[in-house]
Design a protein around this ligand. Structure first.
Ligand code: PHE
Length: 509
């Protein structure tokens, strides 16, 4: 048996975790949500959700896997055999996400390569907002199966980069994150300077920072804040279990988790400053409500062509913007592959590198679906179910498993093991994992169900046929949650044949 990989320093682990947490969600989801929910008011609620739920759950995942030295599947088995399926669900859901996150990553590369085109579009909003659709040939509907060559090349580059970064697990990840965590921050700072020195930037910044307290009365501010905290910290995605399992015994989980969470938040706020000042400066503040893919590929290009009157300078800022997104996305993209890979490799005792190659190959093939002309529509559906339902349900199950059927004091003991100054208090940890997190997440889950069925009659988006939503939504959700039971049948067969011995994962005091 090979010795398990370890981070070569405390900083490496923190950077890897920050790299995973800081991703496209910080750059375009966070500012979009802040715009939707009264700027500063959202910041306050977001901070509250982070403290009430995000940080304790992050500490929990890191410390459980550091203790058990296993990825998500075996770590959950260590909590209790009947909970292994939760680890499987997290791993399967992460696998689904990899298949399309890699495509978003490829699109960012595509836009970077084509950013020179902005030079000829000064002031031409229409051309700028069409660029993405021209390049990807995406129809936005479930029709059209062509794959443009340029997009295919970008997807291959994306997968090549992902594999390169994780080919040797913690060792190679540790090397690249030294670059991929700092580069986007530097690029964001350059863009912040540009944004903040434009006339009109002040109005944007005021909108971001001055709380509009009336926004607090809208319950969706909580729904969005809880969802964003969850998504942004990369928890419940098998990632933090994998990364935690490489953490050294002498690490200070309590403090490290705080550093990770607050760095993630700081970078979200920095992206907010960039987005709000730039949109203010280009007179587009009103367009900020669009969140997600549209912001990066449709709205922001319009800002790019209005930054200055000089074409090549605008193109340069466009290149900086997409370069920033590349460096932001890459460490999130490979972290999720690493999460899946570590979980499977631990479960079946297969060499990590073999599993990594297999996963990159399989999800690489599946990701082809998302670069067809109908890819964006499929991506939109799969993303909605993976995040609005699967992720949240996994969160609830994990809280119940660890909070209610395991000894939380033991887990907290691991969190606080090497810390003298800052100790996470038991009342906070227990209140969060036993009550606040499962209650908030259940509320969020029910809310999403109500929105889907009561408000929208069961259809997430009327532009897509129902069969597609059932196939890419519900069928995948069911598969995610039964994956553990399917695996069990498979394992039982292998055991019977005598070519596999299942690990007994025990938490030794
Ligand atoms: N935390 C990431 C972000 O904010 C989300 C993410 C990470 C998604 C890893 C997928 C995989 O963008």
């Amino acid at each position: 048996m090979e010795k398990r990989g370890e981070w070569n320093s405390r900083l490496t682990f923190i950077l890897a975790a920050v790299g995973s947490a800081v991703g496209l969600g910080n750059a375009w989801r966070f500012p979009g949500l802040a715009a939707k929910h009264g700027g500063g008011a959202f910041l306050i609620v977001y901070l509250a959700a982070m403290l009430l739920m995000g940080i304790p759950l992050l500490m929990m995942e890191i410390s459980v896997s550091r203790k058990l030295r296993k990825g998500a599947i075996e770590s959950m088995r260590g909590i209790g055999k009947k909970w292994e399926f939760v680890g499987w669900s997290a791993t399967s859901n992460a696998f689904v996400i990899v298949c399309y996150y890699s495509v978003v990553f490829a699109w960012v590369i595509l836009m970077f390569v084509n950013s020179w085109q902005f030079a000829g579009m000064t002031g031409n909003n229409e051309a700028a907002s069409n660029l993405f659709f021209e390049l990807t040939k995406t129809t936005g509907a479930i029709e059209g199966a062509d794959i443009p060559g340029a997009v295919l090349v970008c997807l291959l580059i994306a997968w090549g980069l992902i594999f390169y970064c994780i080919r040797n697990g913690a060792k190679s990840v540790g090397k690249v994150v030294k670059f991929t965590v700092f580069a986007p921050v530097v690029l964001l700072l350059i863009m912040a300077v540009k944004g903040c020195t434009m006339p009109g930037a002040g109005a944007g910044l005021a909108k971001l920072f001055i709380p509009d307290f009336s926004a607090l009365s809208d319950p969706t501010i909580w729904v969005d804040a809880v969802g964003q905290v969850f998504y942004s910290l990369s928890i419940m995605m098998a990632i933090m279990f994998a990364y935690g399992s490489y953490v050294r015994d002498d690490a200070n989980v309590a403090v490290d988790a705080m550093i990770i969470a607050f760095s993630d938040m700081a970078i979200s706020v920095l992206s907010g400053i960039v987005m709000f000042s730039t949109m203010g400066g280009t007179g587009m503040l009103g367009d900020m409500t669009a969140s997600g893919i549209g912001t990066a590929f449709v709205v922001y290009p319009q800002a790019i062509v209005n930054l200055t009157g000089i074409g090549w300078l605008n193109a340069l800022f466009g290149a900086i913007f997409y370069m920033m997104l590349i460096t932001l996305a890459i460490d999130s993209a490979f972290s999720i592959v690493e999460g899946v890979s570590a979980a499977i490799s631990d479960k079946f005792h297969i060499k990590p590198k073999t599993v990594t190659i297999a996963i990159c190959a399989i999800s690489g093939v599946i990701s082809l679906l998302f670069i067809t002309q109908m890819g964006l529509a499929w991506l939109d559906i799969v993303d909605n179910w993976a995040n609005s339902f699967n992720l949240i349900l996994i969160g609830i199950l994990e809280c119940v498993a660890i909070g209610w059927t395991f000894n939380l004091r033991k887990v907290l003991g691991e969190v606080n093991r090497n810390t003298k100054k800052f100790k996470a208090p038991y009342w906070w940890f227990a209140a969060s994992i036993k009550f606040i997190a499962p209650v908030l997440l259940s509320g969020l889950f029910i809310w999403n169900i109500i929105v889907l069925f009561v408000q929208n009659g069961g259809s997430y988006n009327p532009d897509y046929p129902i069969w597609a939503q059932i196939a890419a939504g519900w069928v995948i959700t069911v598969l995610v949650f039964i994956s553990g039971f399917i695996a069990k049948i498979f394992v039982a067969r292998k055991k019977k044949k005598g070519d596999y011995v299942e690990d007994e994962v025990v938490w030794e005091d």
